[in-house]
Design a binder for this molecule. Sequence first.
Ligand SMILES: [Zn+2]
Length: 201
Amino acid sequence: MLHRNEVRLKICETAKILFDASLLTLSGGNISCRVGGMMFITPRYSAEKFKWRLKPREICEIRMGKALEEVPKPASRESRLHLAIYETYEGVNALIHSHEKNLMGYALAGKSPSLFGEIARLLGGSLPISGEEVPGSGELARAVVSSLLTKFSADARSLAVIVGGHGVVVGADDLGSAGSILCALSEYAYAEIVKEHFQSR
Ligand SMILES: [Zn+2]
């Protein structure tokens, strides 16, 4: 099991890599890891204020297993969403929520990109799409989990969902794998847009 300082550092490094690769944007998003009974999550305004240049000490820790009456102030306002997914999916230990621009188009249209190859073997040919709810709300957390459950059984170790009108959430056993899934989804979303552009000519 990773030491807590290693988890914090890994989240910071992942945030920088994903932002530099345009897989995270400056409008929002959050990253978390579950280690033992703790959830480590990026702070509120990681995008807007921190520009994804986070320091390990800025990563927040939330003890899991008890109902969260209020999200602790420095932690991401989507902490409820992350906790709800971890509580449902025992095999998922890393989550990324992103407003990545290609997937954002699908989120606004309420559609999934078509998936092929390796990523389709992992996630199926399309992603579930959750209803639109207020960001940071318990309603959004419930909507995302119930949407995920239409496609991924509770023993799934990888998952992804288009969050209607909002963005995407991807999950995997570790942060590296979650980042790779996000990258592949972004590529398939962009490729489908380009393909449809040429086919419509
Ligand atoms: Zn968001």
